[in-house]
Design a protein around this ligand. Structure first.
Ligand code: NDP
Length: 297
């Protein structure tokens, strides 16, 4: 029978690409790893490597003091965890939900867990599957610090950097949302850029080294602008928003000349123009944060 303090066993529910990577890292670290997935078959390779396949989610969670859930979203994790037999088997044990969803869903899951005597940590993974089990992995977690500390020896088998962001259970999901916001808008920008480049006879491979240069510039700018946003000072000394809006208009015109959808850049240019219309044309583009945040509560 596994106890709360047992750090040698772990259960993974959900064997998509990420769940399999997590379970594989636990196996490689020598932990007794029990796995389960809604659709059978995905556990085969893990079992060959030494994992135990459970016949049901209930059996899986009963095998370890700690269960890591990693499925597509919280509708999926609810479908697994809130099944009566599974909920009952989890009583007195710990669940770490590494599925991605919203802060509200994380808080709702914590309420459910508390009501059923289940210890709960919420988390998110900020790196891709090949990074799991390597120093490159990035894991963010939130919830009771004592619980985080207690399970850190097990979770550290996943490798990489683990950060406890605070006791507010929704905090990891909130970071996740903000970081995915950056990721997907940047990827949408890249996809659009490649379409425009292609229309101009430039291949993606030709553009890629220069695109990487743009990515490299942005990292330091994120740090520099963070101070501006926190202080409410938006110096446009290096690049005023009037100049930025002008380059955005060039992108719109070029894309339009090729019949390429310009909706993404039009939205961005529109935000910049509103900032200028409000009399902040000498500020940096980041003043848009104020504009967007005005309706926040
Ligand atoms: P998916 O997001 O496609 O999730 C697949 C898993 O979800 C499978 O185990 C699938 O089971 C399960 N699932 C889906 N619907 C249900 C349901 N209704 N009931 C039970 N199980 C369900 O693949 P990943 O493994 O890649 O991602 C898992 C989580 O990790 C996601 O939240 C994702 O955002 C996050 N993540 C993934 C990264 C990656 O690089 N892949 C990077 C960072 C985070 P079945 O096999 O039965 O369909």
């Amino acid at each position: 029978m596994s106890t709360y303090d047992d750090q040698s066993a772990v259960t993974v529910l959900g064997l998509g690409p990420m769940g399999r990577a997590l379970a594989g890292a636990f196996v490689d670290a020598g932990l007794r790893t029990t796995v389960w997935n809604r659709t059978p078959g995905r556990e085969r390779e893990l079992v060959e490597r030494g994992a135990s396949a459970a016949g049901s989610a209930e059996e899986a969670v009963a095998a370890s003091p700690l269960t890591v859930v990693c499925v597509v979203n919280y509708d999926a994790s609810d479908a697994i965890l809130r099944e009566d037999a599974v909920t009952a088997a989890l009583k007195g044990r710990t669940v770490v939900n590494l599925s991605a969803d919203t802060p509200d869903r994380a808080r709702d899951t914590a309420d459910w867990a508390a009501a059923h005597g289940i210890r709960y940590l919420d988390g998110a993974i900020m790196t891709a599957t090949p990074d799991i089990g390597t120093p490159e992995g990035v894991f963010i977690l939130s919830g009771p610090k004592e619980l985080y500390d207690r399970h850190q020896p097990t979770l550290s088998a996943l490798g990489g950097t683990h950060t406890h962001l605070g006791e507010d259970i929704g905090r990891a999901a909130a970071y996740d949302i903000a970081l995915l916001d950056i990721f997907w808008t940047a990827m949408a920008g890249y996809a659009h850029a490649l379409a425009v480049a292609r229309a101009e006879g430039i291949t993606a491979r030709e553009l890629a080294p220069f695109a990487q240069g743009i990515g490299a510039i942005q990292g330091p700018l994120f740090a520099e602008f963070a101070a501006d946003v926190d202080n409410g000072t938006y110096s446009g000394e290096i690049n005023p928003i009037t100049s930025a809006a002008s380059t955005m208009a060039h992108i719109v015109h070029t894309a339009e000349s090729h019949g390429i959808d310009t909706s993404l850049m039009r939205v961005t240019e529109g935000l910049a123009r509103r900032v200028i219309a409000e009399g902040h044309g000498t500020d940096s583009f980041m003043r848009v944060t104020e504009l967007l945040g005005r309706t926040a509560h």
